[in-house]
Design a protein around this ligand. Structure first.
Ligand code: PBG
Length: 335
């Protein structure tokens, strides 16, 4: 019988045909695994709202980094939990702080891994805001040199990538100039260009102890209803010298990833944030969804929307799943 309708099912019939027709792939080299680092040795403090994640001392962070590198994960993104906080966040640029210490250790134990350092003051200030305060407001221009000092400290410790997440205006240009002046012209800047004032950072703030004591971040992070503004932020950061840009959170902002992707020609990263990770775990714990499948589906959705790189707390699990699958393919296991 000849038919006139479209037989879309033909290309879905076997695993082989589906693989042939697949438009978007996940590659561990394009995954970035966030790690929380603290001081000490042999310290592993689990984070209750982020199953499987922990605050690690530099030695254990390096061990985790080496395991990620063995799985083919391309990068780690470091966040610091300092021993002390003050109004200026001075521990952010302490060369012996947890982030520089972890960078040095990771570079010894996993030299091929690309090491990213998040730059922000919120983990280091006693008030929990991402910049310095004056009259209850976060002041933009006075914050810039402090961010630059932190960026230089991490570059000097050996970070390959500096990722400013503070959302101060002009910070990319100021950080670029400071890195260049410090002899770190080759250090990459990935700016959190479109970072929204989101409810999905809750578990991260528990993990990093960075919840603002007063107020919120809406005067500097972006307003969730806006997408054109994200394009303006991305273009401004590229003009200031960002080598790559980021959209964050991920899944609730797929349209933003797409809009930004179409307007810039630098690589775009999407950050599947702590709340997205916690949400999937919580539902899976109740038996309401299948975690391995949901992890795959959400990460591939970020790639499909236009992200080149995906920053995800699932990096290790995802890379493990991808490796198992590749092994299955070479040994002829049907799936
Ligand atoms: C620091 C920073 C935050 C995140 C990344 N960098 C928290 C915030 O802005 O409050 C969130 C990451 C996550 O939720 O996984 N400014």
């Amino acid at each position: 019988m000849s038919t006139t309708f479209h037989r879309g099912r033909r290309l879905r019939r076997t695993a082989g045909l589906r693989a042939l027709a697949q438009e978007t792939r996940l590659d561990p080299a394009q995954l970035v695994a966030p790690l929380f680092v603290r001081s000490g040795r042999q310290q592993h403090e689990p984070i209750a709202s982020m199953p499987g994640q922990a605050r690690l001392s530099p030695d254990l962070a390096a061990r985790e980094a080496a395991a990620l590198a063995d799985l083919g994960v391309g990068s780690v993104l470091l966040f610091g939990i300092p021993d002390g906080k003050d109004a200026q966040g001075t521990s952010a640029w302490d060369p012996d702080g947890p982030v520089p210490a972890a960078i040095r250790r990771i570079k010894q134990e996993a030299p091929a891994l690309t090491v990213w350092a998040d730059v922000c003051l919120c983990e280091y200030t006693d008030h929990g805001h991402c910049g310095v305060l004056a009259g209850g407001e976060v002041v933009n221009d006075a914050t810039l040199p402090l961010l630059a000092r932190a960026a230089v400290a991490y570059a000097e410790a050996g970070a390959d990538v500096i990722a400013p997440s503070d959302m101060m205006d002009g910070r990319v240009g100021v950080i670029r100039a400071a890195l260049d002046a410090a002899g770190a012209a080759d250090t990459v800047i990935v700016s959190y260009a479109a970072k929204y004032a989101s409810a999905f950072y809750g578990p991260f703030r528990d993990a990093a102890g960075s919840t603002p004591r007063q107020g919120d971040r809406r005067a500097y992070q972006m307003d969730p209803p806006n997408v054109r503004e994200a394009v303006r932020e991305a273009l401004a950061d590229v003009a200031e010298g960002a080598d790559m840009i980021m959209v964050k959170p991920g899944l609730p902002y797929l349209d933003v990833i797409r809009a930004v992707r179409e307007r810039v020609d630098v690589p775009v990263a999407a950050y599947q944030v702590s709340g997205e990770f916690a949400m999937l775990h919580a539902a899976a714990d109740r038996g309401w969804l299948d975690l391995p499948r949901a992890m795959r589906e959400t990460c591939v959705a970020l790639r499909r929307a236009g992200a080149d790189l995906v920053i995800t707390y699932f990096a290790r699990d995802l890379a493990t799943a991808l490796a198992t699958e590749a092994h299955g393919a070479t040994t002829g296991v049907a799936r």
